[in-house]
Design a protein around this ligand. Structure first.
Ligand code: FES
Length: 165
């Protein structure tokens, strides 16, 4: 970040010098504010407000349990979460990074990667690489009706060990 060297306005004689001083102070302030907010830009994939209503997926418990361990279903567009199947069952996990709220990518080699500042999480949501210091939240998942589509409630976090099986 460039630091502007300027004389205080009281030592500056002309209006142009005072204007330049003020513009320098303003530019420095904006740069500091941007840096303090994570250095982000409008192009970064921010998740927006977390959904609060239950979301019906197009997956069923039986169908997802029949898939290999590590299978993920991407529901970022509907509700900023993933459904994951592991050896003990099904869970829903938020796609909202705990650092500054960007949306993490689909898992690659068993890791969720946040494109904004590089945080990484394992498939269970544990944070492996910062700057994020908290894990991804697990969300309540249930069947709409026995054998029906799975419903995820983004407003209801659950323990990381919770599984639908
Ligand atoms: S928002 Fe900063 S690492 Fe995800």
């Amino acid at each position: 970040m460039a630091i502007h060297e300027s004389n205080p306005p009281a030592l500056l004689g002309s209006a142009a010098a005072r204007r330049d001083f003020c513009l320098g102070v303003l530019a420095t302030g904006l740069a500091l504010a941007s840096h303090a907010c994570g250095g982000g830009s409008a192009a970064e994939p921010m998740a927006g407000p977390a959904p609060t209503l239950p979301i019906t997926t197009t997956d069923t418990k039986a169908g997802l349990l029949a898939t290999p361990d590590g299978t993920t279903r991407d529901y970022r567009n509907q509700g900023s979460f993933f459904l994951v199947k592991d050896a003990t069952g099904i869970y829903a996990i938020t796609a909202i990074c705990t650092h500054l709220g960007c949306t993490v990518g689909v898992p690659v080699s068993g890791h969720f990667l946040c494109p904004c500042h590089g945080s990484q999480y394992d498939l269970g949501g544990a944070n492996l690489v910062g700057p994020a210091v908290l894990p991804l939240a697990h969300l309540d998942v249930s069947e709409a009706t026995p054998g029906g589509f799975l419903i995820v409630n983004p407003a209801r976090p659950v323990a990381a060990a919770a599984r639908l099986s």
